[in-house]
Design a protein around this ligand. Structure first.
Ligand SMILES: CC(C)(COP(=O)(O)OP(=O)(O)OC[C@H]1O[C@@H](n2cnc3c(N)ncnc32)[C@H](O)[C@@H]1OP(=O)(O)O)[C@@H](O)C(=O)NCCC(=O)NCCS
Length: 228
């Protein structure tokens, strides 16, 4: 018996194996990390291509749960051209991001898919992060946009997307992103990421009001390093 799950979100989910339901050990998982936690709980990690990993639940301790407990499958994968339209939709509906043309998202998925990631919940697009490796500094991963559908916010999905992307892009030691001063959610997301990675976070001016031809707010550069 195996079931898919998304690692950081594990604490939020109930794993359903072979018709039975199991509660997980969220505190232990958060403290010791997934592999130690799985070992402690006598669970076997199965890495696969389409999901971060799965659990063999054969030997799990199982606890009956209320039948109404929601069960969701979260998967992370590289976006393809066919996903470009969904990325554009999520960017548009975020009501915060600068929305680029739909064409730009298609191109992005074609040319920068390997440095981008999308999340699906129960097979439905739920969030994305798009980035690129800076041509003049291949150790720097620049995060351009991250968005989570409003119905899935506050559940660790953006955190999971960032972690998942950094872990998939080889050779990067530094992350950059730009954030406007009024975007508290984004500042909290990247500050939390830096803290979790035990990295420093530096804020510098990058694009001031005077750079923008429209009424765009200044974008500060956040640099997070070193990435481990
Ligand atoms: C920013 C955004 C991606 C966060 O997505 P999310 O899935 O809700 O974020 P998470 O649940 O993974 O939270 C990650 C961290 O940020 C914090 N955070 C998220 N939203 C927050 C908010 N509105 N206010 C304060 N902190 C917030 C969480 O508390 C969490 O901190 P922790 O790791 O210390 O617990 C989402 O709000 C969004 O799509 N906003 C619109 C688009 C946008 O502004 N993108 C960022 C600029 S590119």
């Amino acid at each position: 018996m195996a079931c898919d799950f998304e690692s950081t979100l594990l604490k939020k989910y109930i794993i359903d194996a072979d018709g039975r339901q199991c509660s997980v050990l969220p505190v232990a998982f958060m403290v010791v990390g997934i592999e130690s936690w799985a070992s402690t709980a006598n669970l076997k990690l199965i890495h696969s291509q389409n999901t971060l990993c799965s659990l063999d639940m054969s030997s799990a301790l199982q606890t009956p749960l209320a039948p109404s407990t929601p069960r969701r499958t979260v998967a992370l994968r590289q976006p393809t051209v066919d996903d470009g339209g969904e990325l554009w939709r999520m960017a548009t509906e975020s009501q915060t991001l600068d929305v680029n043309t739909s064409y730009a998202y298609l191109l992005w998925c074609r040319d920068f898919g390997t440095t981008s990631l999308m999340a699906e919940i129960d097979g439905e697009p739920a969030g994305f992060v798009i980035g690129y490796v800076r041509p003049e500094n291949p150790e720097t991963l620049m995060i351009w946009q991250v968005a989570v559908d409003s119905s899935h916010r506050g559940q660790g999905l953006a955190r999971t997307l960032l972690d998942g992307l950094v872990d998939r892009v080889p050779g990067v030691t530094r992350m950059e992103t730009t954030i406007t001063d009024d975007n508290r959610a984004s500042i909290a997301l990247f500050t939390s990421f830096a803290k979790r990675r035990d990295a420093s976070i530096q804020r510098d001016d990058l694009f001031g009001d005077h750079h923008f031809p429209d009424n765009h707010d200044a974008e500060r550069l956040y640099t997070i390093a070193p990435l481990s």
